[in-house]
Design a binder for this molecule. Sequence first.
Ligand code: PEP
Length: 257
Amino acid sequence: MTTRTPLMAGNWKMNLNHLEAIAHVQKLAFALADKDYEAVEVAVLAPFTDLRSVQTLVEGDKLKIKYGAQDISAHDGGAYTGEISGPMLAKLKCAFVAVGHSERRQYHAETDEQVNAKVKAAYKHGLTPILCVGEELEVREAGNHVAHTLAQVEGGLKELPAEQAETVVVAYEPVWAIGTGKVCGAEEAQEVCAAIRGKIAELYSQELADKVRIQYGGSVKSGNVAEIMAQPDIDGALVGGASLDADEFVKIVRFRD
Ligand code: PEP
């Protein structure tokens, strides 16, 4: 059986300036330093303007906290005002980048084709994409949540070589549970995460699918994380609001305690 290291990632969204980011990461580092938490990978997905500060702190202090961005341009450089490229993120030694977050799909009309191009841009520059997928409330109410989410998985991974696909992280985030306080039941989340693994097995192989980490995201807190993490196909959490409170995020990271 493949053992997958849980990945707990905090998506700060458009919160914390670069000074607040330093204070926040210092708190995380201090709170996690007394404990061997290597069995869990911890990452923060910071605004672009924070990345250099986080890098300096993490590198200088040799902290085990990883970091990354919340979006990436599909282009390597050029006349794309306001965008941030893979080479720029790679230069800042980002480990991860979120791709296709529902807020990007919703407010910036990102399509599966664009998300797929961003997944490929991430790999081209040595970053691990966290491919975010999940259905809106109407889709769930109509009972189409699994098909909808699997289509996003297939679209996001289109023509991605197996050696890249095996390291992708998929975050299942039902849109109706993001920032709303409404948590998808652990068993409901497991149903979709198992289907995502099944889809990856169909696209590649069962062996490859067994290596892929699938996170759940949507109002994760210290009070519900253990139940979510007990599900066999859930290998971590993408945490928005609760990751802005360092003490709360540390409790989430230490879900096994
Ligand atoms: C997110 O932003 O990816 C997220 C899951 O947010 P929240 O935890 O606040 O629902």
